[in-house]
Design a protein around this ligand. Structure first.
Ligand code: FES
Length: 116
């Protein structure tokens, strides 16, 4: 990439490592972002993230062994009134407790991923 942009490898690495939306490895088929900002934390997102990490057996910025799900932290999805909030792909979900998370996760696991 550095050669193609006529930049040094350090410059490319600096940008990729600074902006969290850039990745150096491919994401899973689905990306789940759990909001860690104030409103969501006040409404239980810490327990939700602990549960997500446990059931997926991954930490933030990691992808499940089957390559299906990547877990990421996010700091406010603009859905504070419905905290705790998560985003799966482009969809934001509010009032996500563990039961709702399990339901969303189950529906993700049964989706067929389109090959692009
Ligand atoms: S604090 Fe979580 S959506 Fe705003």
């Amino acid at each position: 990439m550095a050669d193609g942009l006529n930049l040094s490898r350090a410059e490319v690495h600096g940008v990729v490592s600074f902006y969290h939306y850039f990745r150096s490895t491919p994401a899973g088929n689905h990306t789940i972002q759990i909001c860690r900002a104030e409103s969501c934390q006040a409404m239980g997102s810490r327990g939700l993230e602990a549960h997500a990490k446990k059931v997926l057996n991954i930490d933030y910025q990691q992808t499940t062994a089957d390559g299906d799900i990547t877990l990421e932290p996010v700091y406010c999805l603009g859905n504070c009134a419905c905290s705790p909030a998560i985003r799966i792909g482009d969809e934001v979900h509010g009032h996500v407790d563990i039961a709702k998370f399990e339901q969303l996760l189950s529906s993700l696991r049964t989706q067929v991923v389109e090959v692009k």
